[in-house]
Design a protein around this ligand. Structure first.
Ligand SMILES: *Cc1c(COP(=O)(O)O)cnc(C)c1O
Length: 401
């Protein structure tokens, strides 16, 4: 597989502004003037790039962030939204109409799952949920479902940290006449889904990309033609539903994006350290960076080298009660916060079954192989990870007393 260095691609961009400020100027305007009337018409039709119409359509600051995201994904273009779910729902809605079908992983983010399982039905779009790790089941679903327009998956799923085989899934989707949309929120830089065959990559930038937990934001990356169609004034889902990201926030996310590679390495290094220590002391852990994980080989074959195996790791404490006790003690000891979400500089932990996956019905959770005692960690940027490990171990011991 051809490898790519997304960090260097971003590093080489010149994003300085017309005053030679090293950060792009923040464009604090909703509307824009045109020196000549014909330029307004051309901009309306997406025929210019140096002129702007209205910030729900395009904005110079958003364009700077989008250029960096496109460089990261090695896609022609990108578009930024006010939340990850806005990116996901717009990308999905743009591809389907009444009567169409989606084949989706049954382990997607809870909000995405609920959108497909409940909300899209209002518009006559049904979703067939499959186990994306079972390629025969995907093939079967594609062979027996009519009018499939989208195959939807996450590169790394939550909370089991299973990896989707993007090259295979893209071949299968394309053979069936569908597009492959991939949510790469857990693994930016580590994987470049569009390089591996996906048509569209979506992100919740709320997580690793921004990394400071001070906002919600999302992104859609794909071909120029596709991104232009999303922003089309008469038919574009993004232009018409209006989920655009505020340019003030775009500017701050762009600055954080420039340290993403260093953060991904450190998150991954810390999670890897913990996995090894958990293994030594006999905790039931789950981490895709060790060969015991069922997708270790697949992960290794798809990854861009040098960014690690991700900052997510989980341990199984058997029961929800045990998990809850341990999480409360860990929070008291300063391991991190009992909170949903991920990709923060501090460690965050939660009991998946009762939080981030609670939209997923109990029987589906069971089918996925999710234990009710699972504690999911989003490892922080801890400088002394051995002391963090000791605090986690003490918390587990204390909870048993
Ligand atoms: C958080 C998350 C989302 C939703 O993103 P928001 O920014 O909260 O709207 C979607 N997918 C994944 C994998 C997530 O972790």
């Amino acid at each position: 597989m051809k490898k790519y260095d997304p960090a260097t691609a971003i590093q080489r961009l010149d994003a300085s502004d017309s005053n030679r400020g090293v950060n792009p100027a923040i464009s604090d305007s909703a509307t824009f003037t045109f020196p000549e009337a014909h330029l307004m018409t051309e901009t309306f039709h997406g025929e210019t790039e140096d002129y702007y119409l209205y910030s729900r359509h395009w904005n110079p600051t958003n364009r700077a962030l989008c250029a960096a995201l496109a460089a990261m994904e090695r896609t022609e273009a990108a578009w930024v939204t006010g939340s990850g779910l806005a990116a996901i729902t717009c990308a999905l809605m743009h591809e389907v109409e009444a009567g169409d079908r989606i084949v989706a992983s049954m382990t997607t983010y809870g909000g995405t799952f609920a959108f497909m399982a409940n909300y899209l039905k209002k518009f006559g779009v049904e979703t067939v949920f499959v186990n994306m790790q079972d390629l025969d089941a995907v093939e079967q679903a594609l062979a027996t479902t009519k009018q499939v327009k989208v195959v939807y998956t996450e590169t790394m799923n939550n909370p089991l940290l299973r990896i989707a085989n993007i090259p295979q899934l893209s071949q299968m989707a394309h053979k069936a006449g569908a597009k492959l949309i991939v949510d790469n929120t857990f693994t930016p830089m580590i994987f470049s889904p569009c390089q591996l065959g996906a048509d569209i990559t979506v992100y919740s930038m709320t997580k690793y990309i921004n990394g400071t937990n001070d906002c919600v934001a999302g992104a859609i990356c794909g071909s120029k033609e596709y991104i232009n169609s999303l922003a089309d004034p008469s038919t574009g889902t993004c232009m018409l539903l209006g989920p655009v990201l505020d340019p003030l926030r775009s500017a701050s996310i762009l600055k954080n994006l420039h340290t993403l590679h260093i953060r991904m390495k450190k998150h991954g290094e810390n999670a890897m350290y913990l996995a090894q220590r958990f293994k030594e002391v006999g905790f039931k852990y789950n981490y895709p960076g060790l060969p015991e994980h069922p997708d270790y080989a697949l992960f290794s074959s798809m990854m861009n080298e040098g960014f690690g195996y991700g900052g997510m790791i989980s341990i199984d404490m058997g029961t929800a009660e045990a998990a809850n006790r341990i999480m409360e003690i860990m929070q008291e000891k300063g391991v991190g916060y009992l909170a949903v979400s991920l990709g923060y500089f501090k460690t965050l932990f939660s009991n998946s079954g009762k939080s981030t996956s609670s939209e997923v019905p109990d029987e589906v959770q069971k089918k996925m192989g999710m234990s009710e005692g699972l504690i999911r960690f989003s490892m922080g940027l801890d400088n002394d990870i051995e002391s963090t490990f000791q605090l986690i171990k003490e918390s587990v011991e204390e909870s048993r007393r």
